[in-house]
Write a protein that binds this ligand. Structure first.
Ligand code: UDX
Length: 432
């Protein structure tokens, strides 16, 4: 099939490259000329394991193209994916849909033959209806169909998630169109992905409700971890114990810092905001948002307690600062609150992250990026394991602390408290 993907950000690039790899011809469009130039020169504007190789492979055989020319790409293709960003609005908690509306207007100027317009961007329920209205102003209704096909890609695992999804959700009442989309995804369905179709509004809600549910699971176990810490119970045993009940399931029950990233914080806010418009109070999700905000503060204060309330002049090392491993994404990462808080109170912060130095900390005095773990841990008072990158899982802390014994705050429970104690470390973790 001939596919146009509008928006070459995270979702657009991964979807575009993976759809090309399934044998389709894909035109990836972006208004950012710089981004398209980078891609056409063989570079990659984002960090995602496996993506560059996939892009190179499909670009070389001519199945993947990058352009700023939306008009041409729309004309050439019969399926158009909208993959533009829907960030939190500057005014309130709702999703800012200006990119989606602007894409729809541009598409509507270029429809001469039948097009399926697929909304992959995360959009509030009824957005599909609005797009249909916008496009109808310029195009006869029989020449297009707007459908919803939300993405469930995790950063760092996006290629795998695209190729082996649990389910493919499509929202449309048009059987002919559903059939066509099913053919597009046939290679994934053959490998075991479930194809689930519902109406368009249903699919729109499924996306937000999924993310809000996962965020709820994490916040839930994080609060249980607080109780475990006070009662001498290991939260990991609790996670296993409750997760074995198939009605609950074991995934997304890892206690840790507040959840971050570009989706959970944004989508939980957007769904409550949409519900408010319909005079529905999603009180559970609102509590989750609050609980997650509290968690950032709670863990930051815990650092202070570990340092016996004396932050001034303390040397603190952060292992990892991104919101999770295998990404360079800093959005809504707990480190964005923790590091400035400690720095303002006189601490000297050193950090190391496999994804490199962060512009977010470049202007902060006494916050320094270290290129290796050995230098990072030399002469420090406290080491904080903030992100669970693979290389942090097998560290020899005895060696690293030869010059000076430091305390360890393991926010991802990577190490055994017993072993740490045996080795003479003051070791703190989550819910244990
Ligand atoms: C998420 C959804 O998983 C994905 O389906 C959706 O399309 C986009 O949002 P992503 O934001 O990439 O993906 O990250 P994810 O792996 O879900 O983690 C989100 C946050 O939750 C991270 O901060 C992570 O550390 C935290 N988390 C996750 C936990 O604290 N505990 C867990 O058990 C799982």
């Amino acid at each position: 099939m001939k596919i146009c993907v509008i928006g070459s950000g995270y979702v657009g690039l991964v979807s575009g490259a993976c759809l090309a790899d399934l044998g389709n011809v894909v035109w990836c469009v972006d208004k950012d000329e710089n981004k398209i130039n980078i891609l056409n020169r063989g570079g990659i504007p984002i960090f995602e394991p496996g993506l560059k190789e996939l892009i190179d492979k499909n670009y070389q055989v001519g199945r993947l193209k990058f352009t700023t020319n939306l008009d041409l790409a729309v004309k050439k293709c019969n399926i158009i994916f909208i993959c533009v960003g829907t960030p939190t609005s500057k005014k309130n908690h709702s999703a800012d849909l200006s990119n989606v509306y602007s894409a729809a207007k541009k598409i509507s100027k270029n429809i001469k033959s039948f097009k399926i317009i697929v909304i992959k961007s995360t959009v509030p329920v009824t957005t599909g209806d609005k797009l249909e209205k916008i496009i109808s102003k310029k195009v006869q209704r029989k020449l297009f169909e707007v459908i919803s096909n939300p993405e469930f890609l995790r950063e760092g695992e996006a290629i795998r998630d695209f190729r082996f999804p649990d389910r493919i959700v499509v929202g449309s009442n048009n059987n002919k169109v559903l059939k066509k989309i099913k053919i597009l995804y046939e290679p994934l369905i053959k490998k075991g992905a479930k194809f689930f179709s519902t109406n368009r509004r249903g699919a729109e809600i499924i996306k937000y409700a999924s993310n809000a549910f996962l965020a709820t699971k994490i916040s839930y176990i994080n609060e249980i971890a607080n109780l475990c810490e006070k009662t001498g119970v290991n939260v990991e045993d609790v996670s296993l114990g409750i997760g074995l009940d198939q009605r609950i399931g074991s995934r997304f029950l890892r206690a840790g810092p507040a959840y971050g990233g570009s989706c959970f914080p944004k989508d939980t806010k957007a769904i409550t905001s949409t519900a408010n418009l319909f005079k529905i109070n999603l009180s559970i999700i609102k509590s989750v948002i609050k609980s997650n905000e509290n968690r950032r503060i709670l863990l930051t204060k815990r650092i202070k307690v570990i340092l016996s309330n004396k932050i001034n002049n303390k040397k603190i090392a952060f292992l990892g600062v991104t919101f999770k491993p295998n990404t360079d994404d800093m959005r809504q990462s707990s480190s964005l609150l923790m590091i400035p808080y400690l720095q303002k109170r006189g601490a000297k912060i050193l950090y190391y992250d496999p994804s490199g130095e962060k512009k977010e900390f470049s202007k902060l005095k006494n916050v320094e990026f270290c290129r290796n773990i050995k230098d990072l841990c030399r002469n420090v008072d406290l080491v904080i394991i903030h992100t669970e990158w693979e290389e942090f899982k097998v560290l020899d802390f005895k060696k690293l602390s030869k010059k000076k014994k430091f305390k360890i705050y393991d926010m991802r429970n990577l190490y055994s408290p017993d072993v740490m104690k045996k080795n003479g470390f003051s070791y703190y973790s989550i819910g244990r």
